[in-house]
Design a protein around this ligand. Structure first.
Ligand code: SF4
Ligand code: SF4
Length: 371
């Protein structure tokens, strides 16, 4: 039974990123009825915890809020929902977020966290160059401020997904963003960019990955600093276990981080209907939803064969998001009252107290006038 699906609901994109060929594809969007049919599958309906809608640029789909609405109303185990946006058109991202958040409120799903994640690749020109769009960095900032303004009252969360890659390691942008994340208490995650062969990225994988020798030292310095800041409770989003793992792998250690894909609890559905058992390799292709039902694919011998091919890639895999990062963001903050606190280590309690006291100090100006 699946806990997480990364659903590429469109391959359309309004950016021209160097590291991704998605915008050169011409798949028609997966019709909403097909998306609903997949989410209603036996392997998904009563077990899905985390729904990730991505693209292309998913906000180019006007019916994205309706997809979320279907999930809110029909997936009882659902706890986390997110869409990623490149912020090229802030208005689209904000309208989508507002509408989806309204659906969440209407469905009474207070148990579901809804997040808008803004993709960021560097500061200023570096981000513009990587995205292939002049002014793209400014639009991310505009989008962040706009989304923060309309998310008042905790309708949804907004965060940055800052991909650590060659351009921002060599110009110091990644370290500057890490400082900003600590200094201004910004919600930022820092996944490392690693080679993928899915989504037609094979040809450009080497252009952006930092695990190559030339960039390795810079990446090691970055993650050493990220681990130090997380350990001291300085970062709002505690993704320390993942940063430690990346650091260890950059230094030649093995991957030890759990992975929901490897545990057979997650999959990726691409915009052309392909079902991949993980986000890293095309070799994990198990079938296509236009040819068979999702349940047929999930219970097929082809899936077992795809799994055997996929796990050959695990030892050197830097994939962050599943079984570590995204879950950890919320899990580290969820404690069930006094009994929950008692279960935490002293170190963890100290980290959390530091973050809470910094939050209070930082946002006192907003709280005190309301008291
Ligand atoms: S990385 Fe994202 S924003 Fe850039 S072209 Fe690919 S899908 Fe579009
Ligand atoms: S290759 Fe990576 S993402 Fe895929 S199953 Fe293995 S560890 Fe997970």
């Amino acid at each position: 039974m699946l806990e997480l699906i990364e659903f590429t609901v469109t391959s359309r994109c309004n950016a021209r990123c160097k590291m991704c060929h998605m915008w050169q594809r011409s798949d028609p969007d997966i019709p909403i009825e097909k998306v609903k049919e997949v989410l209603a599958s036996r392997a998904i309906k009563d077990s899905l915890v985390n729904l990730v809608l991505t693209g292309g640029e998913p906000t180019l789909r006007g019916d994205l809020p309706e997809i979320f609405n279907y999930a809110f109303e029909n997936l009882r185990k659902l706890r986390y929902t997110v869409f990623f946006t490149n912020s090229i058109v802030p208005r689209l991202a904000q309208e989508t977020a507002k509408k989806a958040a309204a659906y969440k409120a209407q469905s009474g799903r207070d148990d579901v966290t809804f997040t808008v994640s803004l993709s960021l690749d560097g500061i200023g020109r570096t981000h513009d160059t990587i995205r292939g769009v002049d002014g793209a960095f400014g639009r991310v900032m505009e989008n962040f401020l706009g989304l923060k303004a309309i998310s008042k009252g905790s309708l949804f969360n907004v965060n940055f997904n800052f991909t650590v890659q060659r351009g921002n390691i060599s110009d110091g942008g990644a370290l500057a963003m890490l400082e900003a994340a600590e200094g201004a208490l910004l919600p930022v995650t820092f996944p490392i960019v690693y080679g993928k062969d899915v989504f037609l990225n094979r040809g450009s994988a080497d252009e952006w990955a930092v695990q190559d020798e030339e960039y390795r030292e810079g990446a090691i310095r970055f993650y050493e600093e990220a681990v130090r800041k997380t350990d001291s409770g300085g970062l709002l989003i505690d993704n320390g276990a993942y940063y430690s793992q990346v650091l260890s792998q950059l230094k030649g250690g093995p991957r030890t981080l759990p992975c929901l894909y490897k545990q057979k609890k997650a999959c990726v559905i691409d915009a052309d209907g392909s079902v991949y058992l993980c986000e890293v390799t095309k070799e994990s292709l198990a079938g296509n939803i236009y040819e068979k039902s999702f349940d047929e694919i999930w219970n097929s011998p082809e899936r077992e064969a795809a799994y055997a091919r996929m796990v050959r890639h695990c030892a050197n895999c830097f994939s962050c998001c599943v079984g570590s990062g995204r879950y950890q963001l919320t899990e580290t903050w969820q404690i069930s009252g006094v009994s929950g606190i008692a279960k935490l280590s002293l170190r963890e309690v100290r980290k959390r107290l530091k973050r809470v006291s910094r939050l209070i100090k930082e946002y006192r100006y907003a709280v005190i006038p309301r008291l």
